[in-house]
Design a protein around this ligand. Structure first.
Ligand code: 13P
Length: 260
């Protein structure tokens, strides 16, 4: 039994005021599901969020570097995250890969350094639209994981986030069948390449346009997107979500509760 996991990736959004409001909303929200919840505000706000957020919700950085300290202006040390009491880091987000040159190898090295520093890692992988349309999806995500396998042996503190690039920020959520197919393949890869135990215990979460809309506005009826999201959550190999835009809104609580 894998605990349902929901991450909120704020990306480079928010202000002191708006993030403080999000924290208040989350602190007052009715979390009814036994979901592990982690939010990733921009690094500037990590400490203040950590101090104010309810104890059921952990905080995460959005990136960290491959070295503990030194002359690396502008980078974030995983050891300093650990020192500051930040337990999680997102590594390999597609925006890091496409905009900031994080290669499969660098992502793997960042994962290793973060784990060695004592952090838990949300490791992001996923294919572009072009790769999907040329039937390379499974090959791409397996190659991204294989690079990590070359660097680490202990997967205990890793959550894998499957985020198809074409679904991120586009409003185009994957179908439950598309998500399940890839998650199943990833679990198969873990079983074959790492071991049956790791395959059974590792959370594989889905990211890309996950949203609830506001079901209150719609009365008793769930929004169309949220129905799709709940169908994804019900798939046997889907263990949660990594949420971008909707994690900045009150509907994030409904997504947290979607696993029950
Ligand atoms: P959206 O939920 O805004 O599509 O972003 C997904 C994502 O990239 C989470 O890391």
């Amino acid at each position: 039994p894998r605990q349902f996991f929901v991450g909120g990736n704020f990306k480079m959004n928010g202000s002191l005021e708006s993030i403080s409001k999000i924290v208040t909303t989350l602190n007052e929200g009715n979390i009814t599901a036994p979901t592990e919840v982690v939010i990733a505000p921009p690094s500037l706000y990590l400490l203040s969020v950590k101090d104010k957020i309810r104890k059921e919700i952990a905080v995460s950085a959005q990136n960290s570097y491959i070295i503990a300290s030194g002359a690396f202006t502008g980078e974030i040390s995983p050891h300093q995250l650990k020192d500051a009491g930040i337990p999680w880091v997102i590594i390999g987000h597609s925006e890091r890969r496409t905009l900031f040159g994080d290669t499969d190898k660098l992502v793997a090295q960042k994962t290793k350094t973060a784990l060695d520093a004592g952090l838990s890692v949300i490791l992001c992988i996923g294919e572009t639209l072009e790769e999907r349309e040329s039937n390379k999806t499974i090959a791409v995500v397996e190659k991204q994981l294989a690079a990590v396998k070359a660097e680490i042996s202990d997967w205990k503190n890793v959550v894998i986030a499957y985020e198809p690039v074409w679904a991120i920020g586009t409003g185009k959520v994957a179908t439950s069948a598309q998500a399940q197919e890839v998650h199943h393949a990833l679990r198969g890869w873990l079983s074959k390449e790492i071991g049956q135990d790791v395959a059974q215990s590792t959370r594989i979460i889905y990211g890309g346009s996950v949203s609830a809309k506001n079901s209150k506005e719609l009365g008793e009826h769930l929004s169309h997107v949220f129905q799709l999201v709940r169908m994804i959550a019900a798939q046997p190999d889907v263990d949660g979500f990594l949420v971008g835009g909707a994690s900045l809104k009150p509907e994030f609580i409904e997504i947290i509760n979607a696993g029950s």
